[in-house]
Design a protein around this ligand. Structure first.
Ligand SMILES: NC(=O)c1ccc[n+]([C@@H]2O[C@H](COP(=O)([O-])OP(=O)(O)OC[C@H]3O[C@@H](n4cnc5c(N)ncnc54)[C@H](O)[C@@H]3O)[C@@H](O)[C@H]2O)c1
Length: 451
């Protein structure tokens, strides 16, 4: 039975993925060095603090720092294994930007010794492990198939459940050689409970891109179903519920778009590699990126005056998270800026967000400040706090128009209070204030499933 021969690990890139991974490796008994180019992160860790807000992550990071077996540094040193978790964004033209992967392995290669295990975890285009990681190791004088074991092992964590998911998700372990994959499998088995499945590096790279592209395309399909429902005068939520009673159908949830570090980015790696074959992926990206503007168009077709004041509820890309990366709210802000609106933004967790042009803007934490005198309120994030909002919270608005991108509110009470409500996948529902009892009952019967 082969044994895991690794004692020391260098984790390169201490962000949402690398830092909890480093902490879990420390907990599993490894001597861990975390490397990052960001001085603030290193300083924070060296003060004994965790730069990330997620509670379970902060706990294991602080535990690792106190163990004496985890140190953070700007400079790599030699280790038995190297795990690279640096960002892999797309450029402005949506082509993959692998500069950080290249820089990370270039800085690391000089301290990689014969016999080391080198694993890339960053989500990457097919061929990156071979063409960037192995190529840089070769340039440093190592044979990537004989002197070192080189692998690709994508991370699949769901922010908010990072620790649980690193520990329990199955892993796809792709080696440049079968021996490398088997060695990495033993390594993952030593600190994770999920099943590591071995394959080639290219298969592993593609599997990760396929997973996130599957999500993107299915969400785009749900958004198309929502758009059709709006025009047909039916409620997509009710229809999805009916369709999903089919044993082999699972229609996703429509909304104001797709956000986060992964789903809006990763399909571009496939589109870039095979544009002619990936028309469906491109359309899906455009549909999801266009959802926020779609909502704005519906608001304008209702009663939002061009150039008016818009309140936005939610900067985070997902509910109850403090992560605004690639949030659909960025797309809404771009459309509002382009059309000359005044806007202000609320979020209970996020304090700043970047506009597409790069400028950083502040996010308010006081909801009434954002809603005051607004012509319309857009609900963009499914924070639990928004679900509990009642009519009273919106009384300070100038015009009673709510665009419920996430279908969070109890619609009927808003209609009764004189609001017009536009929900994703539901026909626009005008106020029923002033109708007599029978008219109200008839109206609410029609829209009851939207609430
Ligand atoms: N965040 C997620 O939920 C998630 C999930 C699955 C996969 N991924 C993938 O994992 C990778 C990392 O994502 P993340 O969310 O942890 O990113 P992140 O931005 O949170 O962290 C990356 C860290 O790498 C550091 N870095 C950049 N260049 C470096 C270099 N040359 N040397 C050392 N450090 C460097 C940055 O300073 C940063 O601290 C990406 O490819 C991402 O797509 C992320």
């Amino acid at each position: 039975m082969p044994k895991n021969t690794i004692n020391s690990v260098s984790v390169v890139g201490l962000g949402y993925v690398g830092l909890p991974t480093a902490a879990l490796l420390t907990r599993a008994g490894y001597k861990v060095r975390g490397i990052d180019v960001n001085q603030d992160i290193i300083d924070c860790l060296n003060r004994g603090e965790c730069p990330l807000g997620e509670k379970e992550v902060a706990e294991i990071v602080v535990e690792a720092l106190h163990s004496g077996n985890f140190e953070a540094s700007l400079t790599p040193t030699t280790a038995d294994a190297f795990v690279i978790c640096v960002p892999t964004p797309v450029r402005g033209d949506k082509s993959p930007d692998l500069s950080m992967v290249r820089a990370a392995i270039r800085a690391t290669a000089p301290v990689v010794q014969r016999g080391a295990l080198v694993i890339l975890e960053s989500t990457s285009p097919i061929g990156t492990t071979r063409n960037v990681i192995a190529a840089e190791l070769a340039a440093a004088g190592l044979d990537p198939e004989k002197d070192v074991d080189v692998c690709y092992c994508p991370e699949r964590v769901f922010p908010g459940a990072t620790v649980r998911e690193i520990l329990n998700n199955d892993r796809v372990v792709g080696g440049l050689t079968q021996g490398a994959a088997e060695r990495a499998k033993l390594f993952y088995e030593s600190f994770c409970n999920g099943v590591p499945v071995t394959t080639t590096a290219e298969n592993a790279e593609y599997s990760k891109l396929m997973e996130n592209t599957f999500r993107d395309v299915n969400i785009a399909l749900a958004n198309v179903f929502a758009r059709i429902a709006e025009g047909a005068g039916v409620d997509v939520q009710e229809v999805i519920m009916l369709a999903n009673r089919h044993p082999r159908v699972n229609v996703h949830t429509p909304g104001p778009g797709v956000g986060g570090h992964c789903i809006p980015v990763d399909p571009w790696f496939l589109i870039d590699a095979a544009p002619a074959a990936s028309r469906l992926l491109l359309d899906s990206r455009n549909i999801n990126d266009g959802q926020a503007e779609w909502l704005l168009n519906r608001a304008e077709a209702s009663k939002l005056p061009r150039g008016g004041k818009v309140a936005i509820l939610g900067a985070a890309y997902r509910g109850d998270l403090d992560d605004a990366r690639e949030s659909p709210t960025e797309n809404l802000l771009s459309a509002l800026e382009e059309r000359g609106y005044k806007w202000s933004l609320h979020d209970p967790f996020v304090t700043k967000i970047n506009l597409h042009g790069g400028a950083e803007v502040s996010v308010h934490s006081e909801l009434s400040v954002v809603l005051r005198d607004a012509d319309a309120a857009f609900i963009m994030t499914d924070h639990s706090a928004y679900r509990a909002l009642s009519v009273e919270a919106f009384e300070v608005m100038k015009e009673r128009l709510i665009i419920d991108g996430r279908r969070m509110l109890h619609k009927n009470s808003f209609l009764e209070a004189g609001f017009t409500v536009i929900g994703t996948g539901a026909p626009t529902s005008e106020s029923i204030e002033g109708l007599d009892v029978e008219q109200k009952a008839a109206h609410l019967k029609v829209v009851s499933s939207n609430s």
